[in-house]
Design a protein around this ligand. Structure first.
Ligand code: B3K
Ligand code: ZN
Length: 883
């Protein structure tokens, strides 16, 4: 389907219309306005009469006045796109209730009542994928953050915790499997083709953790016995043909459960743990209590259809959702401003888990790359916000790299300052103190102070201030004293709504290397907590080489006055793998930023090629790490440093440097491609490393000589017995104008026809390629029979990949910008959450050279002019124009 011809709001479809009903000036919700709920709901029973077209819901709530509330006698129940079919209080038809917008107001005298509400839902037309919706004939839910109000009227806020009992009933043929949170309490057959199940969740939870699934599913089953001896039945539920691709998810789940016991002392607390894979899903996965719902992308993996990166994604996301059982579910958030309390902490936990399951330094490099590519641009742009935001219009817009990834970095700094043992004491205290509660970031900080023994008074600024701190460093050497002094200065840049910033505590691990021996006398931790400070170390006969922010202990931008020679020294000798990587990245960054100003620096280019050559040859480096060292910095990262940037010029400089390296190291790259091609497929680190290096060698060779590399890539594709090699080869070929390109793209499509996740790759390979005709190709792909705007994975595979392809998105014609804006306008009425996610790409206009900036801004204005925008997109586009 061509998005340009998609009707934006087909008449008569209430689900398609509901994103557009908000007025132009949506209310801003502020953190400082928090008040406790007036009414609590200690218990709720939900009765579902299931159908794809029509599902009837009866919610029976026990409501009690909150002694800590403001005494408001009116029960405020949120609703969204639902209507009251019947309403009873204590068994009697209710009177005196009213609607305020989409919310229900029910005045109640007395202290406790039973409120019963019936609502009718239409899952098949719920294209927003929030609340209860249908995906391939199956029913499933997504409630975080505010989807429960699309199912029934409820105080839909995370500080209202209830015990849920859920009974669901429906036709056996359509819904043979009936799942909800907690433990299965009972089930039965009605003898008329319908059946029912009763689920009971003993743990009080907020409404955003409610979940229900009904459909034709099969399970990969296993068990796990917890450290306390509880036997837990595990199941990964998928559609029938997918069962053989679920083993990695199951293994990842079992590893997560064990790891959380060993590392954080956290034990699972139900008799069952279910994971369900759904192909229509707005994000990666959702941690609903005992019933995690996943995007198929993070469940299904086998060697033929999933890359090594996909395997890592499954492991990381399965871990992440499982870890939420404690950091999110047992201790939840008081309000949505506290989102990083669960997300930042849980990202840190999943990062630590993946590091322990694989290579710690490689994982650290990957995490920092994501931070720099996704969070740094956010933190320096119009949508910048602190990890604990002060206000929002639409909370869905705050599931950001800042809340998640910077949030994780902030807690990682606590870990660095406290050390592993004290950090664990802090988290133990946090879980003990707040188990069963809806907590705040402040509660977490306090538990860290009390349990880990940290003084975090000034550190709290990391929660309050947005913006990536910039740290400048220069060194001086006093020959007579044999002393080196590091002069450090920090600046936290102004961000929207925060003009003046205070200095923050910045923990920096450093090492001072002796130039002759190539060693140092131990790592030290400095904390820069003033705007300016100096740190002196003696005992040197000549100036040492300084290695700073080793392991990326602080999420900052470091601007160090360091000679190229010193960077080369660190690239060759640093014993901290991250610092070694970083030195090489800095050298490359320096070269690329210089190249767009005044052409390449021959001496530095030669030094880079030499350092890369050493990386290829060094037997002490494993292939997984070698792959990291061979990757050049991303364009988004470089754009941060070059602003206002010409992204295409940067991209071309980067391609030229790749060509230079590929030419200089041709023979060694060919040798390494051949060595790694001989390694048989397995999932162990050595074989995965070999595959990583294989394609990276091919990428560098391609930059140097496309024709020669095309033959090598074609051979790699034809010999491939796994998706990593196949996708790597096709990625290279997709950027080369050669007959194999067309033939093998067609082969790939035919080979994997019907496998949605692989067809997503097929779209992405073309939208992300170096082919100069990418924009024509994307336009054609939008009309391909396999394209649908209704499936978020498919939309992302085509358009998010385009938005991340610098040469195509920033094409000087402005067509790339126009295509993204057209998509936003077409998608917004269908799936507002996903549409709003495309705005930040255009919102970066201030960092781009003026001609392109004007076109990007023009597209934002065109979007803003639409009178029917969703609250999601309206907030993002307005801030991107004004912020
Ligand atoms: N908590 C969910 C995200 C929900 C997003 C809602 N827009 C997944 C996660 O972070 O684990
Ligand atoms: Zn999460």
């Amino acid at each position: 389907m061509d998005i340009a011809t998609t009707p934006s709001n087909p008449a008569g479809n209430p689900e398609m219309a509901d994103a557009a009903v908000e007025p132009h000036d949506p209310a801003t919700i502020r953190r400082k306005d928090y008040t406790p709920p007036s009414w609590l709901v200690p218990e709720i029973r939900l009765d579902f009469d299931l159908g794809v077209e029509l599902t009837k819901v009866v919610a029976t709530m026990r409501v009690e006045r909150n002694p800590a509330g403001d005494g408001d006698q009116t029960l405020h129940l949120c609703g969204d796109n639902i209507a009251v079919m019947s309403l009873k209080v204590d068994g009697e038809s209710a009177e005196g209730w009213s609607m305020s917008g989409s919310n229900l107001l029910l005045p109640l005298p007395g202290a406790a009542h039973t409120v019963t509400i019936e609502t009718h839902l239409h899952p098949a037309t719920n294209s927003q994928l929030m609340g209860l919706y249908a995906s391939n004939g199956m029913l499933c839910t997504q409630c975080e953050a505010e989807g429960f109000r699309r199912i029934t009227f409820f105080p839909d806020r995370p500080d209202v915790l209830s015990k849920y009992t859920v009974r669901m009933e429906g036709p056996k043929d359509l819904f043979p499997v009936l799942l909800s949170n907690g433990n299965l309490a009972d089930q039965g057959d009605n003898g008329d083709g319908t059946h029912w199940a009763l689920w009971d969740d003993p743990w009080p939870k907020p409404s955003y953790l409610f979940a229900l699934v009904a459909g034709q599913l099969v399970a990969n089953r296993d068990t796990f016995t917890t450290m306390g001896g509880r036997k837990v039945d595990l199941a990964v539920w998928v559609r029938e043909g997918d069962l053989e691709r679920t083993d990695h998810a199951m293994r990842s789940l079992i590893n997560s459960m064990k790891w959380d016991e060993d590392t954080f002392g956290r034990e699972y607390d139900l008799d069952q743990f279910n994971i369900v894979a759904v192909s229509d899903f707005n994000m990666g996965a959702m941690e609903n209590k005992g019933l995690n719902i996943f995007n198929t992308r993070y469940v299904l993996a086998d060697p033929e259809t999933a890359t090594d990166g996909d395997y890592d994604g499954v492991e990381g996301v399965v871990g992440h959702e499982y870890f939420h059982n404690w950091s999110g579910n047992r201790v939840t958030c008081r309000d949505w401003f506290q989102l990083s309390l669960k997300e930042g902490f849980t990202v840190l936990r999943d990062q630590m888990f993946s590091a322990d399951m694989g290579s710690e330094p490689v994982k650290r490099i990957e995490d920092v790359r994501i931070l720099r590519a996704a969070q740094f641009p956010e933190d320096s742009g119009p949508l910048a916000h602190p990890i604990r935001p002060d206000s929002y219009q639409e909370i869905s817009n705050f599931y950001t790299a800042t809340v998640y990834n910077k949030g994780a970095e902030v807690i990682r700094m606590m870990h660095t300052m406290a050390g592993a043992e004290a950090f664990r004491k802090g988290t133990d205290l946090y879980f003990d103190r707040h188990d069963g509660e809806a907590a705040t970031c402040e509660d977490f900080i306090k538990a860290m102070e009390d349990g880990a023994g940290l003084d975090l008074a000034q550190f709290r600024l990391w929660y309050e201030q947005a913006g990536t701190p910039k740290v400048a460093m220069r060194t001086t050497f006093d020959q007579s004293q044999g002393a080196v002094t590091l002069h450090l200065e920090q600046k936290v840049p102004a961000t929207p709504g925060q003009a003046d910033k205070r200095p923050m505590p910045i923990p920096l691990k450093i090492a001072l290397f002796d130039r002759d021996s190539g060693s140092h006398d131990g790592e030290k931790l400095l904390v820069l907590d003033k705007a300016k400070d100096s740190f002196t170390f003696d005992g040197f006969t000549r100036p040492p080489v300084v290695s700073v922010n080793r392991g990326f202990t602080a999420p900052i931008q470091l601007d160090a006055e360091v000679l190229d020679e010193d960077l080369m020294f660190l690239a060759a000798h640093d014993d901290d793998a991250f610092a070694r990587y970083e030195a090489l990245q800095q050298l490359v960054t320096r070269e690329l930023l210089g190249a767009i100003e005044h052409g390449p620096d021959e001496k530095r280019r030669a030094a880079i090629a030499e350092a890369m050559g050493a990386v290829l040859d060094d037997p002490a480096i494993d292939d997984l790490m070698r792959g990291e060292l061979l990757m050049l910095p991303t364009i988004t990262f470089l754009m941060e440093l070059a602003a206002p940037a010409d992204p295409v010029a940067l991209h071309m400089a980067r391609e030229r440097l790749k060509a230079h390296i590929g030419t200089r190291l041709r023979d060694r790259l060919i040798a390494i491609h051949e060595r790694t091609s001989a390694v048989p497929y397995s999932l162990d680190a050595a074989a995965r490393g070999a595959r990583k290096v294989k394609t990276l060698a091919l990428v560098l060779l391609t930059a140097a000589d496309k024709k020669e590399a095309a033959a090598r890539a074609e051979a790699q594709y034809r010999a491939a017995n796994n998706m990593t090699d196949r996708q790597g080869a096709l990625m290279v070929l997709a950027g080369i104008d050669c007959p194999a390109r067309t033939e093998l793209l067609a082969d790939f499509h035919a080979r994997f026809a019907g496998n949605a996740l692989v067809i997503d790759k097929w779209f992405a390979l073309q939208a992300g390629s170096l082919d100069p005709k990418v924009l024509d190709n994307v336009a054609a792909l939008a009309s391909h029979a396999d394209f649908t705007i209704k499936n978020p994975n498919r939309v992302r595979s085509l358009y998010m990949t385009l938005a991340g392809n610098p040469a195509a998105f920033h094409d000087e014609s402005g067509r790339g910008y126009r295509m993204i804006a057209d998509l936003v306008l077409a998608l917004d009425p269908i799936n507002a959450q996903t549409a709003a996610r495309f705005i930040p790409a255009l919102g970066r206009w201030r960092k781009i050279e003026p001609k392109r900036a004007a076109m990007m801004r023009g597209e934002l204005e065109r979007i803003a002019a639409s009178p029917t925008l969703s609250k999601d997109t309206r907030e993002q586009v307005t801030k991107s124009l004004d912020g």
